[in-house]
Ligand binder design. Structure first.
Ligand SMILES: N[C@@H]1[C@@H](O)[C@H](O)[C@@H](COP(=O)(O)O)O[C@@H]1O
Length: 352
């Protein structure tokens, strides 16, 4: 997985929003071939929705050919309750963009038969061709969607019982009264998320620091269900500095340096292209290179280049350096811990 670290929640959210915009635009969805997007709720993605709405209003993106599937919804909470995930999604996103109502899917926590509702949801995802990109957040206990500690890492959409920690955390939306927080929810499973062709998580704030440490540096575990992403071929976690508070400093620096090396390669490719093109096309090429500098979606698009995909395996890290045409000069300039010869100790500290 890739870990993208930004100074604050604002810039981490902007990164994710730009990444999504580029992915959707590059995909060029049509009614026959829509982009299938998985979506979360929670305070963490709010800023992302704000950027996406802004981008739509500035004509930088359209959601007309985007099909959405939300991760979860409370059981037995009226759809029009201000804290239902239906209300959240309309308030923060759907009401402000051109997504077609018939393309929006949210689980119905008031369905007469919840098991049928869950099975149907899985069927609809399959029928839509599977999820192209699943955006998510995590809870302080490391849950993804409502897959609380102990959820099977192969779980599918089902009725989930909320953990005490989650009920307490979510009581802030219910007048800080835990008795008002629903105790059950319908949630896509860990397996449902893992089936997405790409997963992007936003993790911000010091209160997520323990969870992020477990998810990134710990073992894959049902007790921190978002750690399943270590097994995903195309996963990105975008976080702010505060969320890395419990990680080893050297690991956070390592992830930052991966991004730096990738950005340098893109810059270098951009310079080479500019040198080889005419004056007229010069500014166009630079715009392209600069755009890529901010958000590089190549990892997601080039599925065959696994070594560039941010996977944390010693092999891929070796591949990353060797494949990237980095000259000896560049390696000399790297911080000591980043040199290929010094990678071993760093790699060993990460359980994979
Ligand atoms: N089911 C949702 C999760 O999908 C979300 O990731 C989590 C974190 O929310 P927040 O971003 O508000 O911390 O909250 C809820 O439990």
């Amino acid at each position: 997985m890739k870990l993208i670290i930004r100074d604050d929640a604002e810039s981490a959210s902007e990164y994710v929003a730009q990444y999504m915009i580029k992915r959707i635009n590059d995909f060029a969805p049509t009614p026959e071939r829509p982009f299938v997007l998985g979506l979360p709720t929670g305070s963490s993605p709010e800023k992302i929705y704000k950027y996406l709405v802004e981008a739509y209003k500035n004509d930088n993106i359209s959601f007309a050919n985007v099909v959405t599937f939300n991760m979860d919804e409370y059981v037995d909470l009226a759809e029009d309750h201000p804290e239902s995930y239906h209300s959240f999604m309309y308030k923060h996103f759907f009401a402000h963009v051109d997504v077609k109502p018939e393309n929006v899917h949210l689980l119905n926590g008031n369905a007469p038969d919840l098991l049928v509702e869950c099975a149907e949801y899985e069927r609809k995802i399959r029928e839509a061709g599977g999820i192209e990109l699943f955006l998510g957040g995590i809870g302080p206990d490391g849950h993804i969607a409502f897959n609380e500690p102990g959820s099977s890492l192969r779980s599918r959409t089902r009725v989930a019982i909320l953990a005490e920690d989650t009920i307490r955390a979510n009581s802030r939306f219910f007048d800080n009264d835990i008795s008002q927080v629903p105790k059950q929810a319908l949630s896509v499973g860990v397996g449902t998320v893992m089936d997405a062709r790409e997963v992007v998580l936003i993790v911000t704030g010091h209160n997520k620091a323990v969870a992020l440490q477990k998810v990134v540096e710990g073992s894959v575990s049902q007790m921190w269900t978002a750690s399943c992403l270590q097994m995903h071929e195309n996963a990105i976690i975008a976080c702010d500095d505060a969320a890395t508070d419990e990680m080893l400093v050297k690991n956070a620096r390592y992830f930052k340096s991966i991004e730096r090396v990738e950005v340098e390669q893109i810059e270098r490719k951009g310079r080479a292209t500019v040198a080889a093109t005419s004056e007229d096309s010069r500014s166009y090429q630079w715009r392209g290179a600069l755009k890529k500098l901010q958000v590089d979606t190549d990892g997601a698009n080039k599925k065959t280049h696994k070594a560039e995909n941010g996977e944390l395996t010693p092999d891929s890290m070796h591949g990353r350096l060797m494949d990237s045409a980095i000259g000896m000069d560049d390696i000399e300039k790297m911080e000591d811990g980043m040199k290929l010869t010094n990678m071993g100790s760093r790699v060993n500290t990460i359980e994979v």
